[in-house]
Design a protein around this ligand. Structure first.
Ligand code: ZN
Length: 410
């Protein structure tokens, strides 16, 4: 509990500092501006639509090769559009960049613009930004491309290839001078299928092993919070922490009272408190404290989960949409659903994972949610989960990412 309290006081301090900075800048005559730019990938058309949340008539369209999953990277300066079914990754300069100056941050605003260089390769899937690097796993190629985020934020696509022993649906985590990669089984698999993951291991940037394999069967899902990196596994959650010069792996098994056979495969890391929110099966969420007991607390949802996000402004809060069309606010400190509101028609989780269903992202005090069947982006207030408005988007709006924030325009 002490950790949670200290986390909360850190937040209070940050707010106080921000308020002081705001005041200082008001005195200096500088203008504080908030801009959230929303990027929406269509479910069918090879297209990404960008629009300004507060002024959606400011709108741009970018062509892709296929359906794109979107990631806001390099502090929101770049939107990564990974097209797993079409073997291509496009990059869009978001036009919104925030530069931290300690006591305040600057915001620079321009039109979003496609970066001319695209990456082509077999089945790009998981994208992970960490330590100023961006790793894109090419599942069917047996490698990841590692890009420098700063170069990318200046429009330069400088990829360095990290080779894996076997092509698999994997992930590579750049950590200083080392790489932590998922590792696939050596067992032969049928043509056209990829081998299962068996664990994670430390490698040198050239792909040479630099540590022992840590078991994590079916490894899927990864996130950072505080000093920890975690992976979801069949056995539990694998935690990784840097102690001395080498990462230390430790398995946190699922507690005995959790439903058997259900696992964690999607994880989100809280930014201001050392804590994670993951799924546990289709109808459960799990709050994970990697350092303190209890390590895992489960929250049972009334229906199957469609998507979930964390609220960076309120680190105790996450939001999960269930298939009945209800959005729930999760309080992670007491592992409870503390409020629920109906926000859309129902979207059954029966059928393929990639059917058009809503996706969530955060934009300051709002949850922005695509509603593919309604052709809308819905704006929902975090305070009471009421609908603030809707933004029509052509086609079937599906994947979503947000760039932006509040800064001083110099
Ligand atoms: Zn995956």
């Amino acid at each position: 509990m002490l950790r949670h309290l200290s986390g909360a006081s850190v937040i209070a301090l940050c707010l106080a500092t921000a308020a002081a900075a705001q005041e200082a800048h008001d005195h200096a005559g500088e203008e504080s501006v908030t801009l959230y730019r929303v990027f929406v990938g269509d479910h069918e058309a090879p297209r990404v639509t960008a629009l300004d949340l507060a002024d959606p008539a400011n709108r741009w369209t970018f062509g892709t090769k296929g359906q794109a999953k979107l990631y806001s990277e390099a502090d929101g300066a770049v939107i990564v559009a990974a097209q797993s079914f079409d073997d291509q990754v496009n990059f869009i300069a978001s036009g919104v960049s925030l530069h931290d100056h300690g006591e305040h941050q600057d915001i620079e605003i321009a039109d979003p613009e496609a970066i001319a260089v695209v990456l082509e390769g077999p089945r790009p899937f998981h994208v992970l930004g960490h330590d100023g690097k961006l790793a894109i796993n090419f599942d069917a190629g047996g490698y990841a491309e590692i890009l420098d985020e700063h170069a990318l934020s200046e429009g330069r696509v400088e990829a360095v290839r990290f080779p894996q022993a076997h092509a698999h649906h994997g992930v590579v985590v750049p950590m200083g001078d080392i790489r932590i990669s998922s590792v696939a089984s050596e067992e032969p698999v049928e043509a056209g299928t990829l081998p299962p993951r068996v664990g994670a291991q430390v490698f040198a940037p050239d792909g040479e092993p630099a540590g022992e394999l840590a078991t994590c069967s079916g490894l899927h899902g990864e996130a950072f919070s505080g000093a920890y990196l975690v992976f979801g596994c069949d056995e539990g959650v694998l935690t990784v922490i840097e102690e001395g010069d080498a990462p230390v792996f430790r398995m946190l098994p699922y507690p005995a009272d959790f439903p058997k056979g259900e696992t964690t495969g999607t994880l989100l890391g809280v930014s201001a408190v050392q804590m994670f929110l993951g799924n546990h099966g289709k109808t459960g969420l799990v709050v994970i404290d990697p350092a303190g007991e209890p390590h895992m607390r489960r929250i049972e949802l009334p229906f199957r989960r469609v998507d979930f996000v964390l609220d960076p402004a309120r680190p105790a809060h996450g939001y999960v949409l269930t298939e009945d069309g209800t959005l729930h606010r999760v309080n992670m400190l007491n592992a409870e659903i503390e409020a629920s509101a109906r926000v859309t028609e129902h979207y059954s989780m029966d059928g393929d994972w990639n059917l058009p269903r809503p996706r969530l992202a955060m934009a300051g005090d709002e949850i922005v949610m695509t509603d593919p069947n309604a052709g809308l982006v819905r704006r929902i207030a975090t305070a009471d989960m009421s609908e603030l408005g809707t933004i029509p988007v052509e086609g079937k709006p599906y994947n979503i990412a947000v760039a932006g924030g509040t800064g001083v325009v110099e």
